[in-house]
Design a protein around this ligand. Structure first.
Ligand SMILES: [Fe+2]
Ligand SMILES: [Fe+2]
Length: 191
């Protein structure tokens, strides 16, 4: 799963840096920008932590294929419309929380490794905060069917991406079908 997760952190770092940089001199926008820069800093830390983990572990044979697919997914998330982009990020980050919860559940293989479980718990906690910040910004700008539809499409695309790593989930004692089903479903009221 690491090639997929690493690519996500790298893409998130770039996205939040761009989104924060678009704020002008308005005080409300400056507060938003500060919150987005804080998320960027956390994404950068996640990226560094996961990269270190990648160096320590053997590379999967399909690593390049997974990274390329993940890169395409993240490129498609970006949008000229900042609110739309944030809505998609909120939809995807909330799904990432679900993925990390399953990976660290007491029944999953990773639960046997306290250091790894702690790392993924930490990232999950940060991602939950990112969801809270981004969805608040989106809602302040006015939610709507267009944003919800776009968030739902992003979750479908993420589910398809996860499908590429189905066998890895089995090995990690995570039910891939249940996970993919839950990732596909945008929680009501998120956007
Ligand atoms: Fe992250
Ligand atoms: Fe994130």
């Amino acid at each position: 799963m690491l090639p997929l997760l690493c690519c996500g952190e790298e893409a998130a770092t770039i996205a939040f840096c761009r989104l924060a940089g678009r704020a002008d001199g308005d005080p409300a926008q400056r507060a938003e920008a500060a919150a987005l820069y804080m998320i960027e800093a956390e994404e950068r830390t996640h990226d560094a932590l996961l990269r270190q983990l990648c160096i320590l572990l053997p590379q999967p044979a399909d690593s390049a294929v997974l990274r390329a697919a993940a890169r395409r997914f993240h490129l498609q998330l970006s949008a000229r419309d900042q609110t739309l982009h944030l809505a998609r990020i909120a939809a995807v980050d909330s799904a990432v929380c679900t993925i990390l919860s399953r990976l660290t559940s007491p029944h999953a293989a990773l639960a046997q490794d306290p250091a790894l479980a702690q790392l993924f718990h930490r990232i999950r906690r940060d991602e939950a905060r990112h969801v809270a910040v981004t969805r608040t910004i989106v809602r302040e700008r006015g939610s709507g069917d267009r944003l919800r539809r776009s968030g739902a499409i992003a979750r479908h695309a993420l589910a398809a991406l996860l499908g590429l790593g189905g066998a890895a989930f089995d090995r990690l004692c995570v039910d891939p079908d249940a996970l993919i089903r839950d990732v596909k479903r945008l929680p009501g009221g998120l956007l």
